[in-house]
Write a protein that binds this ligand. Structure first.
Ligand code: ZN
Length: 94
């Protein structure tokens, strides 16, 4: 399994802390897609993922599969809920 890069390239413990920090940016609770986007903060892949999410040409199951193989496990159900604004992100006040 591929481990997502940590902010400081440290061992697994640092990945955990980076993820907690990413989640903390959205205290109202976010879905798996938003968590991945937060983890990709500063990574060129972030806007590519966002681009795919915004374009219906890219089907949810394909986005989910590619993200998962790249080490960001997510289900097509989660991707489709995020796209349809039916996830925790849509419910949190902006
Ligand atoms: Zn979401």
């Amino acid at each position: 399994m591929t481990v997502p890069p940590a902010e400081d390239g440290g061992p697994l413990e640092d990945d955990f802390l980076a993820e907690v920090k990413a989640v903390a940016r959205h205290p109202g609770g976010v879905c798996g897609v938003a968590r991945i986007l937060a983890l990709l903060d500063g990574d060129p892949l972030q806007w590519k993922v966002q681009q795919a999410l915004d374009d219906p040409v890219y089907v949810g199951i394909a986005i989910a599969r590619v993200l998962t193989t790249r080490g960001y496990p997510v289900s097509d159900y989660t991707v489709n809920r995020h796209r349809g604004l039916k996830c925790a992100c849509a419910r949190r006040p902006t």
